[in-house]
Write a protein that binds this ligand. Structure first.
Ligand code: AMP
Ligand code: MG
Length: 492
């Protein structure tokens, strides 16, 4: 096995070595054998008793160099100062012929950055992170991945007494916007030097494929991160994903979805939907995510300013957010509608109106987002095959007159589309299954009783969310009434 730790090798400013704190009676909850295989990890990692010890923080393999990294960040719009890996702990980077990946334990005990926290994560939130990272991967959305989930009998106090769990997660890097903010705000003589070293490190190790000019590498870095973030958020919006805590310390420099907390996939379509019970002002409401991402990128730009030096260059890099996001969002939603983007500006504008009118109609009645798009995909496909069956879609909508008007415009548009290719792809972009809160909740309740079968079921189901998987029809249904009463907060 080859273990490296490139961030650690940069010097003591970035990381602190820290050992995981052992837990009593560790047990497996779930293992992601496919990911292990795809990453080229040794098979016995997830099968042997030794693996259980390592992934519950009770042992280490030779070569692992556990350490926590320091970062800062803006939380809910305010500068929060120093944060850091308070309960995440990197075991190092595992280098295999397939990839070099950082492997982290989340919830393995206190680190120098734990502040008032206990360094732990509870089973409930760990199941949510484990399942959602893989659900996002199944949807084709950039994300950190989850390798396995272990539990323990260690009692953990949150609002009530719970038990501890540890998610092992992987990513090429877990570096966040907040890492840059940290060194930009370090007034010590070495602050700027560390900031530059970090930026150079990120460029060299993670952006090799991009064409970096030697004269303005840092503006280019900002532009690359901006573009990746714009695509990421557009993707979130298209599947109705709400992150819930888009603080700058939860924004990946690689444009990955990171730090799954009070996230939610929309049930009914409501742009004002707030999934985080702790977010009383709705800062991170679904419809605000695109603006918040821009605000966060602005923080990153400010942090990089000492390196970029010229404000115009930073602003230009940031500007790419607006165009990239708008294009990516529109492309994503046109794909959901089975429409190809039209070259003629007037026709393209008409399509945009068609889309916005639909979103307004869905918002008026808070129509179930996932079910609507899935049924529309089936209906459009059948229309293409010559039979018109719109009833299943119409059943979701109360204002039948408004629906009929919109449907006629849409059908008309479909009939005039020269190719049917885009329609045939609708079922590949509009998922049948997403990790709704109530599905995760059911798995959590069972797991708390020691039965992890529902975690396993959801895990497998969500890996291929576009497949029909008829035997799991009920997982694609409208959520039960109790789903709307589930409250997910930052507590985890
Ligand atoms: P989050 O809201 O989960 O992104 O966490 C914000 C910051 O608080 C990060 O620096 C976390 O590492 C830290 N943190 C959250 N929960 C805990 C905990 N239970 N123990 C220690 N640090 C924590
Ligand atoms: Mg975080």
């Amino acid at each position: 096995m080859t273990w490296i730790n490139r961030l650690n090798a940069l010097g003591p400013a970035y990381t602190t070595e820290v050992l995981p704190t052992p837990v009593p009676e560790p047990s497996w909850v779930s293992r992601n054998f496919e990911l292990g295989k795809a990453l080229g990890l040794p098979q016995d990692w997830l099968e042997g008793a030794e693996g259980l010890q390592v992934f519950s923080g009770n042992g280490l393999w030779e070569g692992m160099q556990p350490q926590a990294s320091v970062y800062s960040g803006h939380q809910f719009g305010q500068w929060a100062g120093q944060l850091g890996d308070g309960r995440a702990l990197s075991l190092g980077e595992y280098a295999s012929p397939q990839a070099t990946l950082e492997i982290q334990l989340k919830g393995a005990g206190k680190t120098p950055y734990s502040r008032m926290g206990d360094g732990r994560a509870v089973l409930r939130s760990s199941i949510r992170e484990y399942l959602c990272s893989e659900a996002m991967a199944g949807l084709g959305i950039p994300t950190t991945r989850a390798l396995c989930l272990t539990a323990s009998t260690l009692p953990i106090l949150r609002e009530k007494l719970e038990t501890a769990a540890i998610v092992t997660r992987t990513a090429p890097s877990f570096i966040r916007f907040g890492h840059f903010e940290h060194f930009a705000n370090d007034a010590s003589p070495h602050g700027l030097e560390h900031l530059k070293q970090l930026a150079d490190f990120v460029i060299q190790n993670y952006f090799q494929s991009e064409n970096f000019s030697l004269t303005q590498p840092y503006a280019k870095l900002l532009e690359c991160v901006t573009v990746r973030t714009a695509h990421l958020i557009a993707h979130w919006q298209a599947v109705g994903f709400c992150h819930g805590v888009m603080n700058t310390d939860n924004m990946s420099i690689l444009g990955l979805t990171i730090d799954y907390g009070p996230f939610q996939f929309l049930d009914g379509f409501n742009p004002q939907h707030i999934c985080n019970h702790s977010d009383s002002m709705g800062r991170y409401a679904y419809g605000r995510q695109p603006q918040v991402a821009y605000w966060n990128l602005f923080c990153l730009a400010q942090a990089l300013m000492p390196l970029i030096e010229e404000q115009d260059l930073a602003m230009k890099a940031l500007e790419s957010y607006k165009t990239t996001f708008a294009e990516s969002w529109e492309r994503g939603f046109l794909c959901k509608l089975g429409l190809e983007k039209q070259a003629d500006p007037d026709q393209a504008a008409e399509d945009k109106t068609l889309l916005n009118d639909l979103l307004q109609l869905l918002a008026n009645e808070q129509v179930d987002f996932t079910i609507f798009w899935r049924r529309l995909s089936h209906a459009a496909e059948q229309t293409q095959a010559g039979c018109t069956e719109w009833q299943s879609v119409a059943d979701l909508i109360i204002d039948q007159a408004a629906w009929a008007l919109w449907r006629n415009r849409y059908m008309n548009r479909l009939h005039h589309q020269p190719s049917t290719l885009a329609i045939s792809k609708m079922l590949q972009v509009n998922p049948k299954f997403v990790l709704r809160n109530h599905l995760a909740e059911a798995a959590i309740q069972k797991s708390k009783m020691g039965d992890h079968s529902e975690v396993e079921t959801l895990f497998k189901l969500l890996m291929t969310p576009f497949d029909e998987q008829e035997q799991f029809e009920s997982y694609a249904n409208i959520p039960p009434d109790w789903a709307s009463r589930i409250e997910i907060s930052c507590s985890s």
